[in-house]
Write a new protein. Structure first.
Length: 173
């Protein structure tokens, strides 16, 4: 009896989540036009290119189309990581930074114009002098997370091009 109640409770919870359009983070419905994509980058072996490829393979997007004509093409043309000062300690040293990571890319959709898109990801971090040994590792982790977020946003924008009218070309995350 106890296990039957648990099973019914589990079925009820799953049906409620499905009914309210619950979906897992980073789960996208990929339009069939995006089953195959040509991807290129000005830095073919960069961390960003690797993350974009991995993200697309995760979503079962073929990056090596058998017939490259008539396939959507993405080319990363620029990525830029900038650092700006947000606040200072009383002694004048920098207390807090803002990192801004901007990726510019072009999307060529068959029988349409080439669009230039960009994503901007911002993160803040504090520069505590008392824990300076781990700072380079922390900054590396933050920038890797920013690149991962940019790769996710690129895929989201690409899906949006096929599911809704083009109105906004920049997304900030």
């Amino acid at each position: 009896m106890q296990s039957l109640i648990q099973v019914l409770f589990l079925v009820c919870m799953l049906s409620m989540q499905t009914g309210c359009s619950f979906k897992l983070k980073s789960s996208h419905h990929i339009p069939k036009q995006l089953n195959e994509i040509r991807f290129s980058s000005y830095q073919q072996y960069s961390e960003l290119s690797r993350l974009i490829r991995r993200n697309m393979r995760y979503h079962n997007i073929d990056l090596n189309p058998k017939q490259p004509q008539g396939v959507t093409s993405i080319r990363v043309t620029r990525d830029l990581l900038e650092r700006s000062t947000l606040s200072l300690f009383q002694n004048g040293t920098i207390a807090e930074y803002e990192l801004t990571y901007t990726v510019t890319y072009t999307v060529t959709i068959p029988k349409q114009d080439t669009l230039t898109q960009s994503v901007i990801v911002r993160r803040q971090y504090t520069d505590d002098l008392s824990s300076s040994l781990a700072k380079s590792s922390e900054v590396r982790q933050v920038t890797t997370g920013m690149r991962q977020k940019a790769a996710e946003l690129i895929l989201s924008q690409l899906i949006a091009l096929y599911t809704q009218p083009i109105s906004q070309t920049t997304h900030q995350g």
